[in-house]
Design a binder for this molecule. Structure first.
Ligand SMILES: O=C(C1CCC1)N1C[C@@H]2C[C@H]3C[C@@H](O)[C@@H](O)[C@]2(C1)O3
Length: 130
């Protein structure tokens, strides 16, 4: 009903704000766009579910998220893919993994600090009812 659409509109505003803050953070520049398959042809063979912050922002606008949990699952794909594809000891892989861990910790801290528990429960109940 209308109250549900009001809730989902507020969810989208929150998710856009979090996504934009992450995208503006210089540490996370490598996570802002899809990995270039021309530049890295074997990437899609290794990483079955690519994800990036621009794709997440598009999914917000396509109403793909009804809960913060679904959004966080996509952010988790970003950093888990980065850890998996860049496992080596060389400095460039280590820098990517450090930034991947920062993306994980920053996202979870924002959610912990800024997501209201009651609002989250209402979103989860909308998802269960659909
Ligand atoms: O995993 C990633 C991104 C970093 C976080 C997402 N890439 C795979 C390639 C390996 C490494 C060096 C470049 O070849 C560059 O193309 C990539 C992009 O970084």
């Amino acid at each position: 009903e209308e109250q549900e659409e009001d809730t989902l509109r507020e969810l989208r505003l929150f998710l856009r704000n979090v996504t934009e803050r992450l995208s503006q953070d210089k540490r996370f520049k490598a996570f802002t766009k899809p990995v270039d398959i021309e530049e890295v042809p074997d990437y899609i063979k290794v990483i079955r579910h690519p994800m990036d912050l621009s794709t997440i922002l598009s999914k917000v606008d396509l109403h793909k998220y009804v809960t913060v949990r679904e959004f966080v699952n996509d952010v988790d794909l970003i950093w888990k893919n980065a850890l998996e594809y860049n496992p080596d000891s060389d400095p460039s892989d280590r820098q990517i993994r450090h930034r991947a861990c920062a993306l994980k910790d920053t996202t979870h801290a924002i959610i912990r600090d800024e997501l209201d528990e009651d609002f989250n429960r209402i979103c989860e109940q909308i998802r269960e009812a659909r």
